[in-house]
Write a new protein. Structure first.
Length: 174
């Protein structure tokens, strides 16, 4: 079976005063569509670096990434990302934070349909009653759920989750 996503010889090297710092070297991974994979390793071993390279947020020193038959070269809406801590624009409401991506990806859809997408995903993560609050009015766990709703709302081909549930309480996490 052919790979839906393939990381081949993925390498990340940063310059340092003591010479090149090799963070990831010749990392290979083949994923089929619908497969769920977890990268496990000690702190500092390069898990988040691999994820950020797949997301297109961190340049690749060597190797490459192919997703759905296309080589990746930078960020795109085909990959939804949820970071360890919420990354919301503080002057926007939860709804407006989710709408940012929706308006970019589904710009041809009527406004009411785009708004329905945001409302739906905020409801799915339990924020129907808080969608018009700004991040400062939300708990850390609620902010993280806004980030999760934002990633799912784009209907990406791949979800990249970097310890997304660490900010959630045990009742919400499960």
């Amino acid at each position: 079976m052919s790979a839906y996503c393939e990381l081949f010889n993925l390498t990340k090297i940063y310059p340092s005063p003591k010479g090149p710092a090799i963070i990831v070297k010749d990392f290979n991974l083949r994923l089929t569509e619908g497969e769920f994979v977890t990268l496990i390793g000690h702190s500092g071993c390069g898990k988040s670096t691999v994820l950020s390279m797949v997301a297109g947020l961190n340049g690749i020193t060597d190797g490459g990434i192919i997703l759905a038959g296309r080589e990746l070269a930078g960020p795109g809406p085909d990959r939804g990302v949820v970071f360890q801590s919420p990354s919301l624009l503080p002057w926007l409401t939860a709804f407006e934070n989710v709408m940012l991506g929706i308006n970019q990806v589904f710009f041809t859809a009527p406004k009411h349909e785009r708004e329905q997408i945001a409302e739906y995903y905020l409801s799915v993560v339990g924020l129907a009653d808080a969608m018009h609050k700004r991040p400062a009015e939300l708990s850390q766990g609620m902010r993280q759920r806004v980030g999760i709703a934002r990633a799912f709302a784009l209907k990406p081909k791949m979800l990249l989750l970097d310890e997304p549930f660490g900010m959630l309480d045990s009742l919400t996490r499960y």
